[in-house]
Design a protein around this ligand. Structure first.
Ligand SMILES: N[C@@H](CCC(=O)N[C@@H](CS)C(=O)NCC(=O)O)C(=O)O
Length: 200
C-alpha cells in the first residue's frame, strides 16, 4: 500500500485524493492523518518540511509536495490528469495559480492561528490577501473550460475554491458568481469532489 499523510481539510491533500479517485488508484492508498504541529509526528522524518500531503511509497521512499505526488499518481494511472504537449503547460499553470491562492489563504489563516494579535502585521496580511483577490479575479474573468474528465489544473482549482467555502464560510461567493457556477458544474461532474468534502 501507498500511505498518504494528510488531513481532511488540506486543499492540497484533497487534490491528491481526487486525483487518486479519478485515476482509480484510491484502493492502493491508505490515508493516515498527520498533525503538522506535533514535534513527535513521523511526518517530520517522512518529509523534512513537515508538510502535508506526503506520500510514502512501498519501499519507504517519500514523495512531496502535492504536485510531485499527483505527477507520480498520474504516471501510475496512465497519464490522464497531466496532458502531453501544449495543453500540459495550461494545466500546470492553472494548478500553480490555484495552489498559490491556497498558499496565500493558508498564510493568512496561520497568522491568525499562531501569532498573538498584537504581533500581527496588517501590511503583510494585505499582501497575501492581494494574491488571493487577484488570483480569484483572474479566474472569475475567464473560468477554465474542461472536458468530460477533469485534469490536474481543474482539480486544483476546485480544491482551492472549495477551501474558501470551508474556511471563509462561503463569503467569497457573492464576489465570484462565475466561479460559483464553475464549482457547481465541477461538483456535478466529478463525484470525487463531494466524496472528499469536509463537513464543517
Ligand atoms: N506546496 C505544498 C503546500 C503544502 C502545505 O502548505 N500544506 C499545509 C497544510 S494544507 C501544511 O502542511 N502546513 C503545515 C506547515 O506549513 O508546517 C503542496 O503543494 O503540497
Amino acid at each position: 500500500m501507498l500511505v498518504l499523510r494528510s488531513s481532511p481539510a488540506s486543499p492540497f491533500g484533497r487534490k491528491v485524493k481526487i486525483a487518486a479517485l479519478e485515476l482509480g488508484l484510491m484502493d492502493r492508498i491508505e490515508v493516515v492523518i498527520a498533525d503538522t504541529t506535533d514535534p513527535a509526528e513521523p511526518l517530520r522524518r517522512q518529509n523534512p518540511l513537515g508538510k502535508i500531503p506526503t506520500l510514502v511509497l512501498e519501499d519507504g521512499t517519500t514523495l512531496f509536495d502535492s504536485r510531485v505526488i499527483v505527477d507520480y499518481l498520474d504516471h501510475l494511472g496512465g497519464g490522464r490528469l497531466i496532458p502531453a504537449g501544449e495543453a500540459r503547460f495550461a494545466q500546470l499553470r492553472l494548478q500553480a495559480l490555484a495552489d498559490g491562492i491556497s498558499d496565500a489563504a493558508l498564510l493568512q489563516i496561520y497568522e491568525a492561528r499562531f501569532r498573538p494579535e498584537q504581533g500581527r502585521n496588517a501590511d503583510w496580511l494585505a499582501h497575501q490577501a492581494g494574491k488571493v483577490t487577484r488570483g480569484l479575479e483572474a479566474l472569475e474573468a475567464a473560468p477554465p473550460a474542461f472536458p468530460d474528465r477533469p485534469r490536474i489544473g481543474e482539480i486544483a482549482l476546485a480544491c482551492t475554491i472549495g477551501y474558501f467555502d470551508l474556511r471563509f464560510a462561503g463569503t467569497w461567493r457573492a464576489d465570484y458568481p462565475r466561479l460559483v457556477a464553475w464549482l457547481d458544474d465541477f461538483a456535478a461532474r466529478v463525484p470525487a469532489f463531494e466524496a472528499t468534502r469536509v463537513k464543517s
